[in-house]
Design a protein around this ligand. Structure first.
Ligand SMILES: [Zn+2]
Length: 375
């Protein structure tokens, strides 16, 4: 009887421990050689706007008078760029959402043990691979991409979230702070020679993290005037920033703009789970290297939303958050093929590193390499 009990306890213990071994061990590997596409990129710089907690339908739908609450972005969809839905994964939280967007992978759950705050594992990111990145926004989001970066080339500018009243009365302040600081930054750069030459380099990124909509959604729910008014504010801000960029760089056509969000929000103002209101986020992109609007009479991604948004005639391109969206690229087939090839070689690099690691910790007679050639 005692033996039976001990055995049962042991089995439970092994199963319990295996959960941690399987799910709470980072699958990330390190030491891969970064791969690059040999062809010249269409853009010199990227401007990435992430409107935290913005639901796709809240951006795309028309109000009771048939007007868009984001007229600038809607105009982009109809006249300048490409659009669609970016499908996110659970947990629909800011940190894993941003890691998927900026580092290109779904963060392992071991991050949850550290409250999704500290970097549980080192990881590479678009920002780290850029020449320089300047980022503005919440102190909860920006540091994780600067911390993991090698060398001093990812710059962060955050408001002091602990200062009791910052954005507490009116959360749109979190967004106007970002827009104002980006404008000041460029104003300052005109009189600062070293900064001026840095922002005229290639391979640079500007990241604007906008936390107002998420904050208003939690406080007042997405159906509130506050949430909807915040979308209008963000649309106004994006319009100003885009015009400033185009003016600053003399309309050189070398800037790519991306507008998206990290996750959505339920009707009652929460997120984290997998309801469509949480996983459907907007994606609008335009500028260098991006396809112009495509008029269509039939859509690949057709659902009740399209008619409701009155966007049924503009080709909708859905993607999964974090994956190379080839359909959005306005470039030669050669460039697309090279990009996909680079992507594949980079994944192969991971496999090689992983195999070497496995080999090192496995007894020789137990190690059987995966047969790549197939049968
Ligand atoms: Zn939130």
């Amino acid at each position: 009887m005692l033996l039976f009990f001990t055995l049962g306890l042991l089995i439970h213990f092994v199963f319990f421990a295996s959960i941690f071994d399987i799910y709470f061990t980072s699958p990330l590997v390190h030491g891969m050689t970064p791969q690059f596409t040999p062809l010249p990129p269409p853009a010199r710089r990227l401007v990435l706007f992430v409107a935290d907690g913005l639901r796709a339908d809240a951006l795309y739908e028309l109000d009771e008078n048939g007007n868009s609450r984001a007229p600038f972005i809607r105009n982009i969809i109809m006249h300048e760029g490409s659009w669609g839905i970016s499908h996110t994964r659970v947990p629909t939280e800011s940190r894993p959402g941003h890691v998927a967007l900026i580092a290109g992978f779904y963060e392992d759950v071991s991050a949850v043990a550290k409250g999704w705050k500290e970097n549980p594992v080192e990881f590479d990111s678009l920002f780290n691979e850029s020449k320089y990145t300047w980022s503005w926004g919440s102190p909860d989001i920006l540091p994780m991409f600067a911390k993991g970066a090698s060398g001093d080339h990812v710059y962060t500018y955050s408001y002091d979230a602990k200062r009791e009243d910052f954005g507490a009365q009116d959360a749109t302040k979190l967004d106007t702070w970002v827009f104002d600081n980006v404008k000041d930054f460029f104003h300052h750069a005109r009189n600062n020679q070293s900064l001026f030459s840095k922002i005229n380099e290639e391979k640079i990124v500007f990241f604007l993290h906008l936390l107002g909509i998420d904050t208003n959604g939690h406080a007042h729910r997405p159906s509130s005037r506050d949430y909807k008014h915040n979308i209008k504010k963000v649309d106004d801000g994006v319009k100003e920033i885009v015009s400033m960029f185009n003016h600053f760089y003399g309309n050189d056509g070398k800037t790519t703009f991306i507008f998206t969000s990290d996750h959505g929000m339920t009707d009652w103002g929460s997120h984290g789970a997998g309801h469509p209101s949480e996983t459907l986020t907007p994606l609008v992109t335009w500028g260098a290297g991006i396809k112009y609007p495509q008029r269509v009479s039939a859509q690949q991604f057709d659902d009740a939303f399209l008619k409701e948004w009155r966007l049924e005639n503009w080709k909708r391109l859905d993607v999964n958050q974090g994956i190379l969206p080839v359909d959005y690229l306005n470039n030669t087939d050669l460039f697309k093929a090279e990009s996909m090839f680079t992507n594949a070689v980079q994944i192969l690099e991971q496999f090689k590193v992983k195999m070497t690691q496995k080999k090192e910790v496995t007894l020789p007679f137990l190690f059987t390499p995966f047969n790549c050639a197939g049968s």
